[in-house]
Design a protein around this ligand. Sequence first.
Ligand code: PLP
Length: 377
Amino acid sequence: MDITDLETPYALVDVERVEANTRRMLERLSALGVSLRPHVKTAKSLDVALLSCGGKPGPITVSTLKEAEQFAQAGFNDILYAVGATPNKLQHAIRLSQSGVDLKLVTDNVEGASAIAQASKEASVSLPTLIEIDCDGHRSGVKPDAASQLRAIAAALNSSTPLLAGVMTHAGDSYNCKSIVAIEAMAEKERSGIVQAATALRDGGFDCHIVSLGSTPTATYGKQFNGVTEVRAGVYVFHDLVMAGLSVCKESDIAFSVVATVIGHQPDKNWIIIDAGWMAMSRDRGTAKQAVDQGYGLVCDARGEPFDDLIVSDANQEHGIVSRRSGGLIDPHAFPVGTTLRVLPNHACATAAQFDSYQLVRGSTNIFGEWPRFRGW
Ligand SMILES: Cc1ncc(COP(=O)(O)O)c(C=O)c1O
């Protein structure tokens, strides 16, 4: 089957590129002597997760307990749920632990730590937990130098039985870096911050085995990971326009696109209209703050070759408006109604979440299979 044969819009994955992206990350981190705990939230696909782990189930990071559930059923046993655990999720976490999963939780406050310790005691189930560290001010976490706060959380976790498993951080601010040098500096800030937090805990008499950090930019450009036990990265499996805008990948590394069809034109406005609006592309405008704004996505031909400055400049629910970034002329005859196009996404995690499965190609337009994915919580 050819990519032009299917009803659009749909999600397309170039498996050759996923293989290359996952291999590159595994090789890079292995050469730097640190292990990878891929974040499986980008693709939410068992097939992609297996490639990320080098072919067989390994340690993974998840963003929902549903992911934990799905991946555990497929044989992934070492799972870090990397969003602060709340009391209303602890019974679910306990059920997963009781089923034999080595599930690790995350918290950045004494209330969360106490709730985990209490639930763990009541159920007689160990819920090992990492303290989240805020290495860059972008989101949640304890500041790396807040030693007494860290020790108070650790003490709450260990109140009945030792639950403190380590520390983790995510340099999400790396997405705002303006150069490779800035990403390298951010990677070092992420590393030194998490090591500082681990040291503060150890100096306070707490065991701190896991020292976990990562984002795709810092995993790609970090020069050394001394003192770190594992790196987490997620979006690198597919890459996207935000990563290309950061020079973390090339456009030709982007493995995921939305296949769309030309449904009409507005020649007076130099617009092509396609059947992929924000419902297919998502509302993510992650490149808006970068040097090159890619609108809702960069338009490519059916083989995946980008048209230089053709972007989805605006989007309604099911209509995408394609125009030149420069506002220049578009010859409607070059894109007749029915033409198949591929659109590269700003943020692969957000766009992939719009679909139930991926159609698969290997560097061509020939679809050879389909990978399911899941959604929800
Ligand atoms: C806690 C955590 N770890 C790791 C990652 C992976 O980052 P990236 O998608 O940049 O690879 C994320 C992404 O949001 C995250 O939230």
